[in-house]
Design a protein around this ligand. Structure first.
Ligand SMILES: [Zn+2]
Length: 565
C-alpha cells in the first residue's frame, strides 16, 4: 500500500498512557493506516528519528467561538501541537441566536472573556440561528478540528431577551430553554456550559444571564443531557469551596453525564484548598459519577519592581504608595513607621491573593555588582544573608538600586509537589487555556508544551506517556470525540511530532492580527516540529502551511440522528 504520509522512526507515544515504542506511522485518507515497521513508500515522508510522535492535543477549554470565524487555525493552537479545540465554555457561546440578542451576547463576551468589542463587531457576522447552523460556518474552512458546547447565557437571552439579566425564569421559559439545548445537541453540540461565577458581569455591569438561574433552572436544563444520554456539562462557580461539591455530586448523579468544574489549582494564599478539593471530589467518583476538576499547568508568575507593580494592591497603604511619585515613595519606603504599617497590613488584611510568604518571592535581577550574590535568593534568604527582617531586606535592596531591582513571584502553581499531585490525579482534567479570551492580558496556548517541558522534563512529576495521555485521549474520551485522541489504526491522523528534550512554550508576545488590527497576545512554542490534522501537515517548524483539513466535531446526538437517517 502506498501511503499519503509516512512518519519514519519516531517514538510513538500513543495517547493511551502505555509505554512508548519506536515505529513508523503510515497515514492514508486522513486516518492512521498502519503502525510498525513499514516497507511501502508514501507521497510524503517525515523523518522523526529522535522525536516523539503522539496524537494531536485536544484543547478542550477555549473561547475561540469568535476567533475561529476569522482565524482558521485558532493561532497559536497548532504551533503547540493542538489539533482539536472545544469552544463554548463558561456559559458563553455565539449560538443559538435570534435578532435582537446579538449585543447581549457580545456584552458578555467583551467583559467575561475580555475580547475587544471592535474585534467581535467586525469579525462576527451572525449568519446563523441554531447551534448546528453556527457549526456549519466551519465546514471546509478550518485548519484544526472544532467542536463546541452550547452556552446557557445565549439560551437564556434567546428565551427571555433582556429579562434574562433581571429575573428568574418561569416554568414555561425553562421548558423553552430545554428545547433550545436539545436542538443544539441535535445540531452537534458536545454538551452544555453554565456560569455561576459571581464575579462574571457583562460590559454594562449587569450579571451574565446564567447567574440569575436558580438551582431548579440549572438542574432542569442539565437534565436534558441526562435524558438524551449525551454530552458533557461544564460549570464555573467561582472559587470552589468544599461545600460546592454536594452540588456537583447531585448534578452528576441526576444526569450521569461527565461534570467539569473550575478550577482546581494550587494557590499559595490557600495552600491546602487543592487537597480539600481532591478529597471532596473522590467520593463522587467512588459513588460511580464523574466530576472532573479543571487544572492549569502554567504557574501564575509575575515579574515586578517596586517602581511598577500591582501585586500589593490588595493592601491599602502599599497601593497608595505605588501611586505616589517615585521620590516620595522612596522616602516612604525608607521610613520606619511606614514600614510598620506595611508589615501590619500584610499581617491583617483578609482574603488576599498575595500569599504573604517571604520564602516564595525571589530576587531575579540586580543592578549593582555587590548585590549579585542575592540573585536567585528568596526574600527570606536575602533577609538571613543581610541579618534583617524580610520587609527591611526587601525594601532596602530595592532602595539601594533606585527601585530597579526585578523580583519574581508566583501566587498560583508554584509548589512543585502540590502541582505534581494535582496533575497526576485521575480526577483532574488538565487544561484551561482560555484560548481566544483575555487576549490583552496573556496567552496560554502553551499549557500542553509547558506540561511536557516544565512538569515532565524539568520537574519529572509524571512520565511523558502519562502527560500525552492527559493532553489527548483523556479529554477526547470525556468530550466524546469519536475516533480521536489515540494513535491507532483507523483513528484520525491528528498528530503532533515534537522533541521531548526541548519542547516548551515561549513567553507570550504581542501581535496585531485580530479584526481592525486589534492587538492581542500570542505565544510560540519550541521543539514542536510538525502538527498534522486529519493527515495533512498544517504546521511545519513554526510555519503554517495554509491547508485547511480541519473538521467539525459534532456530538453524539447528531451522529445518532445521522446514522438513523
Ligand atoms: Zn473559560
Amino acid at each position: 500500500m502506498a501511503y499519503d504520509l509516512l512518519i519514519r522512526g519516531g517514538r510513538v507515544v500513543d495517547g493511551s498512557g502505555l509505554p512508548s515504542y519506536i515505529a513508523d506511522v503510515g497515514v492514508k485518507d486522513g486516518k492512521v493506516a498502519e503502525i510498525g515497521k513499514i516497507k511501502d513508500g508514501a507521497a510524503k515522508t517525515i523523518d522523526a528519528a529522535g522525536l516523539a510522535v503522539s496524537p494531536g492535543f485536544v484543547d478542550h477549554h477555549t473561547h475561540l467561538d469568535a476567533q475561529m470565524l476569522w482565524d482558521p487555525y485558532g493561532t497559536c493552537e497548532p504551533q503547540h501541537g493542538v489539533t482539536s479545540v472545544v469552544m463554548g465554555n463558561c456559559g458563553l457561546s455565539l449560538a443559538p441566536v435570534k435578532a435582537g440578542i446579538e449585543d447581549a451576547i457580545v456584552k458578555s463576551f467583551v467583559r467575561v472573556e475580555a475580547i475587544p468589542r471592535i474585534a467581535l463587531e467586525q469579525g462576527v457576522k451572525w449568519n446563523w440561528h441554531s447551534y448546528g447552523e453556527y457549526l456549519d460556518n466551519f465546514e471546509g474552512k478550518v485548519g484544526i478540528n472544532v467542536g463546541g458546547l452550547v452556552g446557557h447565557i445565549a439560551v437564556r437571552h434567546h428565551v427571555m431577551g433582556e429579562d434574562a439579566v433581571e429575573r428568574k425564569a418561569s416554568g414555561a421559559e425553562i421548558q423553552k430553554m430545554r428545547g433550545l439545548i436539545s436542538e443544539a445537541m441535535d445540531g452537534g453540540a458536545l454538551g452544555m456550559s453554565t456560569n455561576r461565577n459571581d464575579r462574571h458581569m457583562r460590559e454594562d455591569g449587569k450579571p451574565v444571564s446564567s447567574r440569575l438561574a436558580d438551582d431548579n433552572e440549572f438542574f432542569t436544563l442539565c437534565d436534558v443531557l441526562g435524558e438524551r444520554n449525551g454530552g458533557v456539562i461544564e460549570t464555573i462557580l467561582g472559587r470552589n469551596k468544599v461545600e460546592h461539591f454536594e452540588w456537583y455530586h447531585e448534578l452528576a448523579r441526576r444526569t450521569q453525564r461527565p461534570i467539569l468544574w473550575q478550577s482546581l489549582q494550587h494557590r499559595w494564599s490557600e495552600p491546602n484548598l487543592w487537597r480539600e478539593q481532591l478529597d471532596a471530589v473522590e467520593p463522587i467518583f467512588k459513588a460511580g459519577y464523574q466530576a472532573y476538576g479543571l487544572s492549569m499547568t502554567v504557574p501564575l508568575v509575575r515579574h515586578f519592581t517596586l517602581k511598577d507593580c500591582q501585586i500589593f494592591d490588595e493592601f491599602p497603604t502599599w497601593k497608595n504608595l505605588m501611586f505616589l511619585p517615585v521620590e516620595v515613595r522612596k522616602q516612604a519606603f525608607a521610613d520606619a513607621d511606614t514600614r510598620k504599617k506595611l508589615q501590619g497590613e500584610l499581617d491583617t488584611v483578609k482574603n488576599a491573593n498575595f500569599h504573604r510568604r517571604w520564602d516564595i518571592p525571589k530576587v531575579e535581577k540586580v543592578f549593582k555588582p555587590e548585590n549579585q550574590k542575592y540573585v536567585g535568593k528568596t526574600i527570606a534568604e536575602l533577609a538571613a544573608m543581610r541579618n534583617q527582617a524580610p520587609i527591611d531586606a526587601f525594601l532596602d535592596l530595592a532602595l539601594e538600586e533606585n527601585l530597579e531591582t526585578i523580583f519574581w513571584n508566583a501566587n498560583n502553581g508554584g509548589d512543585w509537589n502540590a502541582m505534581g499531585e494535582i496533575l497526576r490525579s485521575p480526577y483532574v482534567l488538565v487544561g484551561t487555556s482560555d484560548a481566544g479570551a483575555h487576549v490583552l492580558f496573556g496567552a496560554d496556548f502553551g499549557y500542553g508544551t509547558i506540561l511536557l517541558g516544565l512538569w515532565v522534563r524539568e520537574r519529572q512529576v509524571m512520565s511523558l506517556e502519562q502527560a500525552v495521555h492527559k493532553l489527548t485521549f483523556h479529554p477526547a474520551s470525556i468530550f466524546g470525540l469519536q475516533g480521536r485522541g489515540l494513535l491507532r489504526q483507523g483513528y484520525a491522523a491528528d498528530i503532533a511530532i515534537f522533541d521531548p528534550n526541548t519542547v516548551n512554550a515561549e513567553e507570550p508576545t504581542w501581535a496585531n492580527d485580530f479584526p481592525a488590527n486589534t492587538k492581542r497576545m500570542v505565544q510560540q512554542a519550541v521543539g514542536m516540529h510538525y502538527t498534522i490534522v486529519n493527515g495533512t501537515v498544517v504546521h511545519d517548524h513554526g510555519r503554517m502551511t495554509g491547508d485547511l483539513p480541519g473538521q467539525v466535531m459534532r456530538g453524539p446526538l447528531y451522529r445518532q440522528q445521522k446514522a438513523a437517517a
